[in-house]
Design a protein around this ligand. Sequence first.
Ligand code: LFR
Length: 477
Amino acid sequence: MSEAMFAAVDLGASSGRVMAGRVGPGTLALEEIRRFPNRPVRVNGTLHWDILGLYGNVLDGLRSAPRGLASVGIDSWAVDYGLLDAGGALLGNPVHYRDARTDGVMERVRAELGEDLLYQASGLQFLPFNTIYQLAADDLSRAATLLLIPDLLAYWLTGEIGAERTNASTTGLLDVRGGTWSADLVDRLGLPAGIFPPLHDPGADIGTLRADVAAETGHGALRVTAVGSHDTASAVAAVPAAADRFAYISCGTWSLVGVELDAPVLTEESRKANFTNEGGVDGTVRYLRNVMGLWLLQESMRTWGDADLPALLAAAGDVPGLRCLIDPDDPEFLPPGDMPARIAAHCRRRGLPEPSSPAETVRCILDSLALAHRATLRQAARLSGREIDVVHLVGGGSRNDLLCRLTADASGLPVVAGPVEATALGNVLAQARAQGAVADLAESRALVAATQDLRRYEPSGDEERWSEAARRIGLDG
Ligand code: LFR
């Protein structure tokens, strides 16, 4: 097959982009068409996504994209949703998963239904913002349809309603074995069963652009194809791994750290370690845990105003390592707000040294993330039985040279960093597969490995130093 061009809409928690991807034999190239910030807005005390602003940017991006696209695919962060009324109109603005409306809800649902029942049904880790807890906190009285964010945008583009399976797997309401909505959980929670749309897999044809959208963007009868619409599913699909024995860290606002399996792990040990079995492309299982990720740095930067990131990272590289440490996954770091102050207070409460400058704070964040990566990689290997020869660190975090190096040193494993745009590449590759331009997952990954810029970091070998630091903050994995 000759070359084909696809558009990828990729919405992250802090920025979105529309990319054009060219795929052909030996070719995989991305061009950025439009990039825009994704800024949550607090209204009447509730933190919302600016969903119309995002959709407007998607339309602008498509308008600027080259003609002759074979299709467009959409992915975004997980768990969040919009509700439609019976006429198909959006009820209210989607709420941000970091909003406080779910405070205490997970604990209540867990107590009522039992942790084991929830885990056996959905295989999902316990995160306070999972869709299941958001729905338990929401008013569903006028809701006719629930659409996860990429499905909502696809609906606006095409008029077609559906739920893409990789993202649906993050709701906590998808049966981890059967891959269908869990009627049992829906029933036990008293949720209206009719709001959950028909499911489809990556590669499915969603529909063509509505006539008004086609006219507005100038794309005629452009097809919208389902991709791994959970951004992490798309990112993992584009990990340039050549064999099975790899782990991945999809590193952006979050670090998603885990392995790819054929079957879920639902043991008690896995539940207690809070590992998740999310759906990947081709029915694979993304067995992983959420590590707080670069959110700690992003939110610190927001507090510092117009700080210069490259200069700060260079300064952090000169700060002596492993002195100030935190447990990055402490729930106190989840909401927005003054991050450097929270980090200092976290250290103070534990009688640990506090960072006293932005450079020390950045070093503290990166050392601590490397320790959390190390612990989670070890747990993933132990709990799944999968041996790990190499760690693929993909996403925006792969640009962070210091974090890549620290992760290799901490884990004692080689780290292959890149591609930066793994999610958009995974999005494009799912579309290319639907067109027959790429055969399967293995061929997709080989194409990524052959065409994208990757860097390899060998571990320095000072394991004992990292083990001692991990013990100090109880992150020994
Ligand atoms: C990463 C991500 C994670 C999910 C979190 C919240 O962008 O999709 O996988 O746990 O955002 O949706």
